[in-house]
Design a binder for this molecule. Structure first.
Ligand code: SF4
Length: 388
């Protein structure tokens, strides 16, 4: 097995508490207000290193560079697919943990209909253990910090993938830029850092991503949904349902044994009622398992009568998986059954199959290996993907 890179000892500035940084600055004869100036600067996309924080004195920038890493991400390996519309990164953190983020662009002839979505991780690994998910199969590593979550978004700002021309310039306020917590981990099992990261992303003096352009996705952690109602009512909620019957969901989403379908759907309804925001019900479609007419009817019953929207996602199987994605005819029949019952439903694209873009797949493929050199340039052609 190839040796992994050495771990980084300096703390990352994006994860240092403001009071801690203020003390560090005051000890060097700097005024206290510099702490918010520094932290505001490192969470802005335009500045990619301490030298870019030109509103700070040059001597302070040099001192900061000696004392701190600029990002929690030590190195990233990026692969591109779908003719440049999808890019996936495996990020290595200071302690060798690896996480994934994905950038997806949806083009449109109408400039204002073009969208960019960044999918980020909330934990290194995941303890929920869904058997169809590569992350779930790899187990739990550790919780991510708020800085490690925000730095995944900043990573994409600091690469060419978010700078391919005027149509692709991110403008959160214009609705062209969305962030979804659908990468590795269960966000509501890491509530404090995830909520702190949402506030940092939303901060108009930092990235300024509108709360309505941020989605937190949960496998069904009911107390976390209750906290979202209280603390983040402007943020979107998605619930990964994947089965409309408890016995099957116990197998597909094991957290169902703690919070079964009725409790999860009830929490989703409370969120929708309290916030007047539509809740997405995610349903990965697995051939001959959860795509039957009977389950379509059950799902229609669960999704009817409240502000919900069902997203059907054909399974992107993990290597060696005993399951495959549903056939297009089964997906259409399932969708039509929901539509016939008056349930809003969309069949989602699966992106980046050739770069293992489903959650945890690329991480699993690279486990125990040194990350290949990061890609430095976005192209419009798919890159070679033979990284194993
Ligand atoms: S699907 Fe989501 S909740 Fe389930 S194991 Fe994977 S990362 Fe965890």
């Amino acid at each position: 097995m190839t040796e992994l890179p050495l771990v980084e000892q300096r703390p990352a500035i994006s994860d240092v508490a403001q009071e801690e940084l203020a003390a560090w600055l005051v000890a060097r004869g700097e005024p206290v207000y510099r702490a918010s100036q520094v932290l505001g600067g490192v969470h802005r996309p335009a500045a990619a290193c301490f030298a870019d924080l030109t509103d700070l004195p040059a001597t302070l920038r040099t001192a900061l560079d000696g004392g701190f890493r600029y990002s929690t991400i030590v190195t990233s390996h990026v692969l591109e697919a779908d003719g440049g519309l999808t890019a996936k990164a495996v990020h290595q953190l200071h302690d060798g943990q690896r996480i994934e983020s994905v950038l997806m662009r949806t083009p449109s002839r109408r400039r204002h209909a073009a969208r960019t979505t960044i999918c980020i991780s909330s934990q290194a690994g995941c303890a929920v253990g869904c058997p169809f998910c590569a992350t779930g199969q790899a187990g739990f590593g550790r919780q991510l910090t708020a800085g490690e979550i925000v730095d995944q978004v900043l990573h994409w700002h600091r690469t060419p993938w978010l700078a391919l021309g005027p149509d692709w310039r991110p403008d959160a306020r214009d609705g062209h830029y969305n962030i979804v917590f659908m990468g590795m981990g269960e966000p509501l099992n890491n509530v404090e850092p995830v909520f702190a990261a949402v506030r940092l992303l939303n901060d108009p003096d930092r990235l300024g991503v509108g709360a309505r352009h941020i989605t937190v996705s949960t496998s069904g952690v009911v107390p976390g949904v209750e906290r979202m109602i209280e603390e983040l009512p402007q943020v979107n909620l998605a619930i990964s349902l994947h089965a409309a019957q408890d016995q099957l969901r116990d197998e597909l989403v094991p957290i169902n044994r703690k919070w079964p379908i009725a409790e999860v759907v009830a929490a989703g309804r409370r969120f929708a009622d309290a916030t007047r925001r539509r809740v997405s019900l995610e349903y990965v479609m697995i051939a001959e398992l959860n795509d039957t007419p009977e389950l379509a009817a059950r799902l229609a019953g669960l999704a009817s009568g409240w502000l919900s929207h069902v997203n059907l996602i054909p399974l992107n199987p993990t290597p060696g998986s005993r399951w495959t994605g549903s056939a297009p005819t089964r997906i259409r029949a399932f969708r039509d059954a929901l539509r016939g019952a008056g349930v809003p439903v969309t069949v989602r694209d699966t992106r980046g199959r050739e770069i293992e873009a489903a959650c945890g797949q690329l991480h699993a493929q690279l486990a125990g290996r040194r990350l290949p050199e990061p890609a430095t340039k976005a192209t419009t052609e798919p890159v070679a993907v033979g990284v194993a």
